[in-house]
Design a binder for this molecule. Structure first.
Ligand code: IMP
Length: 208
């Protein structure tokens, strides 16, 4: 049986305030008090893994070791079947721009265009199947870990459609729908997303 977090403190190994808020809202009802790695001054480790699981474990282990408290980290991204799973762990990197609109930042239109360009190079019959993954990793200070993997399948469309969501949402049409993630009501997206899938697995294992 998986080791349980139980009621108590859990460090969320992210420096992203939005992610912390979202995760705290999901786990609060289960008696978990979420602390952020950022507010504890924990360093951000380099994400040197080649899979979402490796990167989530790197972040969770670093946080558990530095804080002495059980920690949760996530790693997510888009994989495209015809591109052998790329961009995968490089999902955010494909949007990296030295100078975007006058300042360093991420350009999601450029990233979506890069994926589309690579698919076009393979010809019009190339399958457009893709999936978003979300891996949640728990790590205890003594080294024990648990991993939960979520996924949502779909296909890529072009040009991008919709103004909701973020990242690659405007080109991702989830299986069984005709709209992109960026056209879907956010509550609906949160019900069917890779993150929802991973959290449902974590909650079922940890709190049922
Ligand atoms: P990370 O897990 O914060 O490293 O995020 C990886 C990248 O994957 C994000 O910057 C997004 O571009 C992409 N990504 C993850 N989840 C989603 C999603 O739900 N919609 C669109 N893009 C996503």
């Amino acid at each position: 049986m998986t080791r349980r977090i139980g009621a108590g403190s859990l460090v969320i190994a992210t420096h992203n305030a939005g992610k912390l808020k979202e995760i705290a809202a999901l786990l609060g009802p289960h008696g978990v008090n979420c602390l952020s790695a950022g507010s504890l001054g924990l360093p951000e480790p380099a994400e040197t893994g080649t899979t979402f699981v490796e990167n989530a474990l790197i972040k969770a282990r670093a946080s558990a070791q530095a804080s002495g408290i059980v920690s949760l980290a996530d790693d997510s991204g888009l994989s495209v079947a015809a591109l052998d799973g790329r961009p995968g762990v490089c999902t955010a990197d494909w949007a990296e721009r030295q100078w975007f609109e006058g300042k360093p930042g991420r350009d999601w239109y450029m990233a979506m265009g890069k994926v589309e360009g690579l698919l076009c190079e393979q010809g019009p019959e190339t399958p457009r199947d893709a999936w978003f993954s979300c891996v949640l990793a728990l790590a205890w200070p003594d080294g024990e870990t648990a991993v939960y993997e979520g996924r949502v399948d779909g296909s890529l469309t072009w040009p991008p459609r919709g103004k909701l969501g973020f990242g690659y949402d405007p080109v991702f049409v989830p299986t069984g729908r005709e709209v992109t993630f960026a056209e879907l009501d956010p509550e609906e997206k949160h019900r069917i997303s890779h993150r929802a899938d991973a959290f449902a697995k974590l909650v079922a294992d940890q709190f049922s």
